[in-house]
Design a protein around this ligand. Structure first.
Ligand code: ADP
Ligand code: MG
Length: 291
């Protein structure tokens, strides 16, 4: 797909290299000509959003609501709309996706994984306190602001996020959204879902960070094949195996994962619970941050 950035409302941005591509959008580096500042410009192709038009403006609305409230959420500075596209001007994260980082490193120190996960949990605790469910937590949507520091991890991509009714936060969302591999069983079962789906995804991601493969993937010579794992997701049937990948991992880390990858959403740790879990003490101490 090639989406040429058209002249923008105040045509003050010049686009450069492509930073990444998701399912509905292409993200490019852009320079604001009047100031020389660099940004990330997310270009959402509205034609690709057929049937999901409501989600286009939803992303803008949610970012406007949450992006200034926490240091680890990408900031939305402004946005423009043309008949075909929506342009979001956001913080530029030059350190790449957590996903690429994992792929480069293979697995890494448990302390690093704990630091990364603590940032994500802290951010999700903030989102959930605002009654926002992210619904697409995964390493492709977590970006390093720069290459220097693990602590500069940012949550991006609020394209599938939803705000719960503040009068009734138990009200469940019905649509089937997310990324296979990270989707909680209640999404697959269409039973209605809410905040606990983010905690499931964090559990899956923590597992992945610590061993380099997915808890529900069937490992074969061709790599992981998620399609065979759906029935196991529906039973939350996973194990810390093969043993040789897990023998050096702390019992605290395994306990943390086991309290998130739970079939019953009500039994999963909330983000606030997870912050209190002893494994979060495994990460180096940082100063207060965010909201
Ligand atoms: P989609 O909704 O299509 O998944 P994303 O918002 O996830 O779109 O953006 C797609 C990819 O673009 C991301 O996975 C990431 O690689 C890159 N990207 C997104 N936002 C930024 C940003 N602010 N800075 C740098 N790269 C970004
Ligand atoms: Mg994405």
């Amino acid at each position: 797909m090639s989406v040429a950035a058209k002249p923008l409302a105040p045509c003050d941005y010049k686009t450069g290299r492509t930073l990444g591509q998701g399912s509905f959008a292409v993200v490019k580096e852009a320079i604001k000509l009047s100031t020389g500042e660099k940004f990330a410009l997310k270009v959402i192709n509205k034609k690709h959003m057929k049937g999901r038009e409501h989600l286009v403006r939803n992303e803008v609305g949610i970012l406007q609501k949450v992006s200034k409230g926490h240091n680890h959420i990408v900031t939305l500075y402004e946005y423009f709309e043309t008949p075909n596209s929506l342009y979001l001007v956001m913080d530029l994260c030059t350190g790449g996706e957590l996903f690429e980082w994992i792929m480069e490193k293979g697995t890494f120190y448990e302390e690093d994984a704990a630091e990364i996960i603590r940032t994500v949990v802290d951010c999700v605790a903030y989102l959930h306190a605002q009654n926002v469910v992210h619904r697409d937590i995964k390493p492709e949507n977590l970006l390093f602001r720069n290459k220097n520091s693990l602590s500069e991890l940012m949550i991006a991509d609020f394209g599938l996020s939803k705000t719960l009714d503040p009068e009734n936060t138990g009200l469940l969302l019905q649509s089937t959204v997310g990324t296979p591999g990270y989707m909680a069983p209640e999404i697959l079962r269409r039973q209605g879902h809410g905040k606990p789906v983010d905690m499931w995804a964090i559990g899956v991601m923590t597992y992945f960070l610590l061993c380099g493969y997915f808890p529900f993937a069937v490992l074969g010579s061709e790599g992981a094949d998620f399609s065979n794992g759906v029935d196991r997701v529906l039973r939350a049937d996973f194990a810390f195996e093969p043993k040789e990948y897990w023998m050096d991992i702390s019992p605290d880390a395994k306990d943390f994962i086991s309290r998130l990858i739970r079939l019953n959403p009500d039994e999963r740790m909330t983000a606030a619970d997870a912050l209190q879990h002893s494994w979060m003490g495994f990460a180096p101490i940082q100063g207060p941050d965010g909201a």
